[in-house]
Design a binder for this molecule. Structure first.
Ligand code: GLU
Length: 550
């Protein structure tokens, strides 16, 4: 009896690996093209750090005319949720990080290197596990979970490195005969890798992001096929990235310490190892402590959060590029109007340690991004967002012409308004423009410096009677406000006032504020002239009268 008999007994129906090697040939790509992937588990939660990895992989493959694919890693069936793949596919779609190959829905996929869902690749893993067993590089392990736990406890008590290795690997040296007998007797088993490594030897690894790292060799006989017949992450990673012809594995640096094991697996399976680029996690400043963005504690860890808040997709991507490449910021400054797709992404410039997540900066980018959009674009985006998340805004946006006029205020000029960072800001920033909302609400007017009721009433009355004419151009309009200012005994020019402040109780700005607050309920708004043009005569009169009559 030999290893082959054992392998045949365990996997009687597995194909020869040559079948798969031929089925998934080397890709025919140009020199230097990188093949990379995003390989999440369908747990129902897409982490912003995952999106970040996907973006980096997409950038690298795009830049080299390579291939970016989406593989779904669903071998841990306990963690899986219904429609988990859909969530991942949609997130990539939302952020326009489209894979060239892989899963495109819960059940469909595109590309010649599939299946791209690990649970559908069982027979492939079996073929490669069988291949290892045939060569004595993997073996069935009959230890129960309790026995393995027992071993760990002993190691802990003796202060020895934990794990299933060396003398602790009880089933490592079971003879083929014994193993076959046990299996025939119906004993339960899993398959372990027989590590050829030694802990006292070092390996050198060059990581594209982390640089040169030395590790002790792996000597753990890790599980490759679990009791449920599915592979572990480590084994599936080696088999899949080999057969899918991945040239560069871009993944979270939580896997960096597994590199010695992975290199060993590639070696023992006879595969050429890919390059590795381990990305540092996105960090958060938590009261002075730097820690990873946490799925449990931080809402902004979920990609869904950005959608719900309506932070523009482009802003999120720009922000992620910003933390990925420190050169991005200067590039953006020098090229304010270029599409971020033109940025020359450089993997060698990735920061080695984790970047700090900065919401203020992200929202700032959001403001810039939205300020550059046309009224039409703002409208479309706001509507798409409102359709999903805000019924009231959706109603408000029904009158498209009026909405476009509102969004056109201070837009399309050299210094566009920059007060909207995200689509969820929109409602608050335009709600006062709607008569049905504004006139029917209890506005608590805060007039600022001039707050004497009689004075305000008088000013507004005079304005309506003597100065208000919607047909005025902007200069005429403003001169009239200045006339009113003077008539009321305030300084016509701010400059004048600043030179001799004791001479007047206030200046044209204070009078304008009265008008602005009466019209909008706010002291800060975009350009008042433009607002008045959009509101129209009727609405203006009603608004001023509302204050006058109060
Ligand atoms: N499924 C693994 C994870 O979500 C993938 C790691 C990898 O990219 O290889 O962490």
């Amino acid at each position: 009896m030999n290893y082959k008999d054992l392998a045949d007994l365990i996997f009687p129906n597995a194909k020869e690996i040559s079948y798969y090697e031929e089925k998934y040939p080397e890709r025919n790509l140009k020199e230097g093209a990188e093949v990379s992937r995003f390989a999440p588990s369908p747990t129902g939660f897409v982490h912003i750090g995952g999106l970040y990895q996907a973006l980096v992989a997409k950038e690298v493959t795009k830049k080299t005319d390579g291939v970016f694919f989406l593989r779904v890693e669903d071998t841990d069936q306990k963690r899986e949720v219904e429609n988990g793949v859909t969530g991942i596919v949609n997130s990539l779609k939302d952020f326009d990080i489209l894979p060239d190959e892989g899963m495109i829905s819960e059940t469909e996929e595109v590309g010649d290197y599939g299946p791209y869902k690990q649970s559908l690749r069982k027979e492939i893993y079996e073929a490669y596990a069988k291949y290892l067993i045939e060569q004595g590089k993997a073996y069935p392990c009959f230890c129960s979970t309790e026995e393995v736990e027992e071993i760990r406890k002993k190691q802990e008590a003796a202060k020895i490195r934990p794990g299933y290795y060396g003398i602790w690997a009880k089933c490592r040296n079971i003879t083929v005969e014994d193993a076959i007998n046990k299996i025939k007797n119906g004993e339960k088993y899993i398959i372990r890798f027989k590590s050829p490594g030694r802990e006292d030897r070092k390996i050198k690894h060059h990581d594209i992001i982390k640089g040169n790292v030395d590790f002790p060799e792996n000597d753990q006989d890790i599980v490759i096929i679990k009791a449920d017949g599915l592979p572990t992450y480590h084994f599936a990673h080696a088999v899949d990235d080999h057969l899918m012809r991945t040239t560069m594995v871009i993944r979270s640096d939580e896997w960096l310490s597994s590199v010695p094991l992975h290199l060993q697996l590639f070696q023992e399976l006879g595969f050429k190892a890919p390059k590795f680029a381990h990305i540092s996690p996105i960090m958060k400043n938590d009261n002075g402590n730097k820690r990873k963005l946490s799925k449990r504690k931080d809402p902004e860890a979920a990609v869904e959060y950005y959608k719900q808040e309506g932070i523009p997709v482009v802003a999120v991507k720009e922000y992620l590029l910003n933390i990925a490449n420190s050169t991005f910021e200067n590039w953006r400054r020098a090229n304010p109007d270029k599409s971020m797709d033109e940025f020359d992404f450089n993997l060698n410039k990735m920061s080695v340690s984790g970047a700090l997540f900065d919401m203020v900066k992200l929202l700032d980018i959001g403001k810039t991004v939205i300020s550059k959009m046309s009224a039409e674009e703002v409208y479309e985006n706001a509507l798409t967002w409102a359709n999903k998340f805000d019924e009231e805004l959706k109603e408000m946006l029904k009158d498209k012409d009026f909405s476009l006029k509102i969004f056109g205020i201070e837009r399309g000029n050299k210094k566009p308004r920059k007060d909207i960072a995200k689509w969820s800001d929109i409602k608050n920033s335009i709600i006062y423009m709607y008569d049905d909302k504004f006139l029917n609400s209890d506005v608590s007017y805060e007039f600022g410096k001039i707050n004497d009721k009689a004075k305000i009433t008088n000013m507004l009355k005079k304005y309506l009677e003597k100065y208000f004419d919607l047909a005025d151009d902007k200069d005429t309009w403003f001169n009239k406000i200045k006339d009113l200012t003077e008539e009321e005994g305030y300084a016509r020019e701010v400059k004048q006032f600043k030179q001799e402040p004791e001479k007047w109780p206030g200046h044209v700005g204070d009078v304008s504020t009265v008008l602005r607050v009466a019209l909008t309920g706010r002291q800060n708004t975009p350009d008042m002239y433009e607002i008045m043009q959009v509101l129209g005569k009727d609405s203006i009169e009603k608004r001023l009268k509302k204050v006058i009559e109060q």
